[in-house]
Design a protein around this ligand. Structure first.
Ligand code: AKG
Length: 279
């Protein structure tokens, strides 16, 4: 197993304590009370979504999503939100909705949550929602825009494993991407010996809790139950935002082009580079 320690759980954390203990040292933390006053906590039930937003079309991804050679953020199919929620209620499946800006189509949902005071002074990005069926997995990646993420769990539980960005080489980071194809739960130390150096964090995130994922952190997520969350993404400065945009350009754009023209050869080159860097 990889060396993992539990993420701290904190209640009543002040902005100053948060800045000193977590934001500045880039250490993850779970807030138990950040969304206490949000109407979304009780209002956003599966039935509420089905009744009011069931006809919206949603981009759904499966495990194909992280298959080698696929480009980042490419959905597998579009179905209605109602159809997706019915699949989610029916039992385990690998189907998920990733990084969905439901608020573009349903702006009134924004009234059901507020940006927490802890994020005062941050440059905020648009909120996104994530849905997943029981047992579905989000493969190990970091967010290319290098934003800080506040992942607010509305429904169901999630197992989250995190690693600092400095550990990218030991995690066999595939260059020109935000991905690594190592198996976090069953690491193959023989094939990937550098994994023995890796140190990370883990938590089972509960409904009503908020996980702070510092910028650049690697994360692997498994849906313990079917469920959903809303992520608030933010930067502490405009400079960080610009750095994020440059990271998207150099990784996403170059990768997409070379994937298209070189296909498997490009992927094999990235794997070779990842092994070499870890050595
Ligand atoms: O919760 C999820 O399904 C994925 C969350 C995630 O990867 C993110 O916020 O970057």
């Amino acid at each position: 197993m990889l060396e993992l320690q539990p993420v701290d759980r904190r209640t009543g954390l002040t902005r100053e304590q948060f800045a000193q203990d977590y934001l500045e040292p880039l250490k993850p933390v779970v807030f138990t009370d950040l969304m206490d006053k949000w109407p979304a906590k009780s209002r956003w039930t599966v039935d509420h979504f089905k009744t009011h937003y069931g006809d919206l079309m949603v981009p759904v991804v499966s495990t194909n999503y992280s298959r080698p050679g696929r480009s980042y953020l490419m959905p597998d199919m579009d179905i209605t939100f109602r159809e997706y929620l019915e699949i989610m209620e029916a039992g385990p499946s690998d189907l998920r909705i990733f990084l969905w800006n439901i608020f573009r189509k349903a702006p009134e949902l924004r009234k059901d949550f507020t940006i927490p005071d802890i994020m005062d002074g941050f440059v905020n990005e648009v909120p996104f929602m994530f849905f997943g069926c029981e047992g579905s997995r989000v493969s190990l990646h970091y967010d290319l825009d290098l934003s800080h993420v506040f992942l607010n769990q509305i429904h169901g539980r999630k197992h989250v494993i995190l690693f600092p960005h400095e550990q990218s080489r030991n995690l066999y980071h595939l260059p020109f991407s935000a991905a690594s194809h190592i198996n976090v739960l069953k690491p193959d130390f023989h094939k990937y010996p550098a994994l023995q150096q890796v140190k990370g964090y883990e938590v089972i995130l509960l409904p009503g809790e908020t996980l702070f994922i510092p910028r650049g952190y690697w994360h692997y997520i498994e849906y313990t139950d079917s469920g959903y969350s809303i992520s608030l993404r933010a930067f502490t400065s405009v400079l960080d935002r610009v750095q994020g945009l440059s990271s998207i350009t150099t990784n996403y754009v170059i990768d997409k082009i070379l994937n298209k023209f070189l296909g498997k050869r490009w992927y094999n080159f990235k794997v070779k580079m990842a092994m070499k860097r870890a050595e």
